[in-house]
Design a protein around this ligand. Structure first.
Ligand code: RNT
Ligand code: ZN
Length: 417
């Protein structure tokens, strides 16, 4: 049977439940995923004076072929993008600036240092998102940045964040789609603090200064990302969930939820509906924590499906900005992007194929038997046939055939680095 024939049969199975598969496929095409560039070089960046990765995050593995400059990184991203159905976005960090061999301090970075990225994004029909980098830097060596007791250090990072928002605004203006500029800081303490309030007060003041500078919201959206612990900040993180949730609500900023930044039994899928009730938009870093905030490649697991279901069944595809965040240096990095991003899209497709309205109705009626029965049965509906058809239609490799292309690219490009 051909992919099309399989698809036609599957389509009938879904049609029985009122799911219009053709409509779903059309809708899925327009859902962008923000692909994080930092999987391609193990979060190293290309600064002239490169610093070791810090901030309590870690990348393990020494798989050959990582990108060593922006051109290589773009080429690797292009390869991955050619294997992923749909039109997407690329998420950059300040450490990916191109400064022509010149040392440019982070608080001095300007749009011009990202001209090549913008040109490339235009050529490839991509949107761009952005992050100031408040780690891997001498001024972040003691694990504090925007909440640092030293005013000079705080000022440096405040200016870096202000400049970053202008770079985000530049991306948005150039590319005709707003950039999400997301602030994540590593600030925290290894051991039990004697004062939890003062650093949080300073972080609040720093953020107020950063956001006092206006950017055009048609081009730049601001987000803040919380965390529960890091390596070296096990006992206390200044920018906790409650901190940023309150900050974002009061100041009309986006909360960014990273799926690896909560307690192990706490799920982001269960937070989305509550967030959507109180804010217009929210952002995600979809990651995969294995026992801790390990940033493994995203797989099609239950939580990923549940996140997708929450976005889809609450009609929030335009309100939840979906970004990815993982870094695995133990496998081919182009494959890591491809696997993780394809899985995110698969999860969305899966969620869109569920008769969500009918299932909601069952719950309202108190018919929990049928709710459970159908939710379980839908897990084995012929979703794969629709996915295969979608890949074929979008001109990307069907099933595992993309792997051959990654292997060839590894031989021809990655292993020659
Ligand atoms: C760290 C945060 C943050 C980073 C990136 C590199 O725990 O998740 O988003 O992963 O900024
Ligand atoms: Zn993150």
């Amino acid at each position: 049977m051909t992919i099309k024939e399989n698809f036609e049969l599957a389509k009938q199975a879904y049609a029985k439940w009122g799911v219009d598969v053709e409509e779903v496929v059309e809708k899925l095409k327009n859902v962008p995923i923000s692909i994080h560039c930092w999987q391609g070089d193990d979060v190293a960046g290309f600064e002239v004076n490169q610093n070791e990765l810090s901030g309590g995050i870690d990348v393990t593995g020494n798989y050959p072929g990582k990108a060593t400059n922006a051109e290589e990184l773009r080429s690797d991203l292009e390869k991955a993008l050619s294997l992923i159905p749909g039109k997407h976005r690329v998420n950059l960090h300040a450490i990916y600036a191109e400064t022509n061999g010149e040392v440019v301090e982070r608080d001095q970075l300007e749009p011009k240092h990202f001209e090549n990225w913008v040109k490339w994004a235009k050529e490839n029909g991509l949107g761009l998102d952005y992050n100031p980098t408040l780690f891997s830097h001498p001024k972040a060596d003691d694990g504090l940045t925007l909440s640092h007791p030293n005013e000079e250090i705080r000022e440096f990072w405040i200016n870096h964040c202000i400049g970053s928002r202008k770079i985000g605004e530049y991306f948005g203006r150039e590319l005709g789609t707003p950039a999400l500029t997301n602030i994540w800081i590593p600030d925290g303490y290894k051991d039990i603090p004697s004062d939890r309030l003062t650093p949080r007060k300073r972080l609040k003041e720093s953020l107020d200064k950063i956001f006092a500078v206006e950017t055009d919201e048609r081009y730049n959206l601001d987000a803040v990302e919380s965390k529960v612990f890091g390596i070296g900040s096990e006992s206390y993180v200044v920018g906790s969930h409650e901190f940023y949730l309150n900050y974002a609500m009061k100041n009309d900023k986006l909360c960014l939820l990273d799926t690896g930044h909560y307690h192990p039994t706490e799920t982001v899928s269960n937070k989305i509906s509550s967030m959507l009730l109180f804010s217009e938009k929210l952002a995600l870093h979809v990651s995969r924590p294995v026992r801790w905030d390990s940033d493994h490649v995203v797989i099609l697991d239950d939580e990923l499906k549940e996140i997708a279901l929450e976005i889809v069944r609450n009609d929030a595809l335009n309100r939840v900005i979906i970004g990815l965040d993982f870094f695995d240096a133990s496998i081919n990095r182009v494959a890591a992007w491809t696997i993780g991003t394809r899985n995110m899209i698969k999860a969305l497709l899966y969620a869109m194929l569920v008769p969500n309205e009918y299932l909601k109705q069952l719950q309202e009626e108190g018919n929990f038997t049928e709710r459970l029965a159908l939710m379980e049965e839908f897990k084995t509906y012929p979703f794969g046939a629709i996915w295969d058809y979608y890949c074929e239609k979008m001109g990307v490799p069907v099933r595992e055939s993309w792997l051959e292309e990654v292997k060839a690219y590894e031989q021809e490009v990655l292993l020659k680095r």
